[in-house]
Ligand binder design. Structure first.
Ligand code: CAA
Ligand code: NAD
Length: 335
């Protein structure tokens, strides 16, 4: 069930503890999040675990070397868990083989991670970041459960690309301790993190999270809870326009991508990027927006996107989308 925004605000107000909302100037100095939990180890979650564990272990890290004593990497079932662990291991091995990470630092960062399918392991975490599939019902159910089991001081965050953060904050039962922490793909390389505050986010919580983002080596920007925040509000409609160009036969996949690389200086063309993000995720994002904001003309779902998702042609993660893929290696455009 999607809750209307006015109801969301009223319920949130009733859940807020009676406390002052003044900013704390001391809270950005350190990170109060000793134990981090990450839920979902897909494309995004495995990267979040890896960068947090790296910041907690690396002897060469510019941040204080104990950002977290432990990073709990949680998945709902064993095969997803193994997939996430494999991704982290191969990324770390690649860094070691290229001389970008010492074997000692690799060992140290891997030792910070506890892999589990047992949700009880999250009960005493200080900060929990959710990175499961972009589905509002699943996320709300998850946060409701976390709200009832986790210690009362724990802060919750969603890595959602597009969903209403306030809605999830309400479901958690602790809207003052809830933010969006939106990483970018690939997490290991992209420096930006959007930190999303709702009107109920305690300013101290917001500042602590901003401080944490800096401690793990990322650059945080602040945004209100608005659809797509900053980057996706600008980026995703652009991806949809690229799909429409191809769908109409105006230009080929290769030429659209080459044009945006050589003509606009983008590191990847938009169809390559859509495959890289995952066409299911792209589709979840725009379908949600169309449902919630039917009068906004920049939100629409191209038929070609629907067709590809229906055929499970989700891009990099299933080996075919707008391009053929061999693991992480992009092949030729799909004719
Ligand atoms: N994890 C770890 N390391 C990786 C990696 C990954 N996923 N991908 C590449 N690398 C490493 C490579 O191994 C390589 O290391 P070596 O030099 O040791 O070989 C290094 O990074 C550079 O790799 P490439 O030569 O392939 O990289 P590139 O220069 O082409 O850059 C890129 C790769 C950073 C992904 C670049 O193409 C890029 O910026 N693309 C756009 C990405 C983007 O827009 N992301 C945002 C998506 S939108 C989003 O995330 C929000 C949302 O909600 C949907
Ligand atoms: P993904 O498909 O790679 O991984 C999603 C994870 O969700 C899987 O590992 C799986 O374990 C878990 N999952 C799937 N169904 C579930 C269920 N029924 N219950 C519990 N867990 C379930 O997705 P992703 O690309 O990592 O996206 C995760 C989140 O991050 C989404 O909210 C997405 O919008 C957001 N995000 C994605 C990108 C991107 O480029 N892919 C970028 C930024 C943010």
């Amino acid at each position: 069930m999607i809750i209307s925004s006015s109801l969301v605000r009223r319920v949130a107000a009733s859940l807020l503890p009676q406390r002052t909302r003044s900013h704390s100037s001391a809270s950005t100095v350190g990170t109060p999040f000793d134990k981090l939990g990450v839920i979902g180890l897909g494309l995004m979650g495995h990267g979040i675990v890896q960068v947090a564990a790296t910041a907690s272990s690396s002897s060469s890290s510019s941040s204080s070397s104990n950002v977290h004593s432990e990073v709990i990497a949680y998945e709902s079932n064993a095969s997803y868990l193994d997939g996430g662990r494999d991704r982290i291991l191969s990324s770390v091995e690649r860094l070691v083989s290229r001389g970008k990470l010492t074997s000692n630092d690799a060992e140290s960062l891997l030792s910070k991670i506890t892999y589990t399918t047992d949700r009880d392991a999250l009960d005493d975490a200080d900060l929990i970041i959710e990175a499961i599939v972009e589905d509002v019902e699943l996320k709300n159910d998850l946060f409701k459960d976390l709200g009832s089991r986790c210690k009362s001081s724990a802060i919750f965050a969603s890595n959602t690309s597009s969903l209403c953060v306030t809605n999830m904050a309400i479901a958690s039962g602790r809207p003052d301790k809830f933010v969006g922490i939106h990483f970018f793909n690939p997490v290991q390389l992209m420096r930006l993190v959007e930190v999303v505050r709702t009107e109920y986010t305690d300013p101290t919580v917001f500042e602590d999270v901003m401080g944490w983002v800096g401690h793990i080596g990322k650059v945080g920007v602040s945004c209100r809870d608005t659809p797509g925040f900053i980057v996706n509000r600008l980026l995703v409609p652009n991806l949809m326009q690229a799909m429409s160009l191809v769908e109409r036969g105006d230009a080929s996949i290769g030429d659209v991508d080459l044009s945006m690389q050589l003509g606009a200086g983008h590191p990847m063309g938009p169809l390559h990027l859509a495959d890289y993000i995952g066409l299911d995720t792209c589709s979840f994002i725009v379908e949600g927006w169309v449902k919630d904001f039917p009068n906004d003309a920049s939100f629409y779902v191209p038929a070609i996107l629907k067709q590809k998702v229906e055929r499970n042609e989700l891009g990099r993660k299933t080996g075919k989308g707008f391009y053929h893929w061999d693991g992480d290696k992009r092949g030729d455009p799909v004719e």
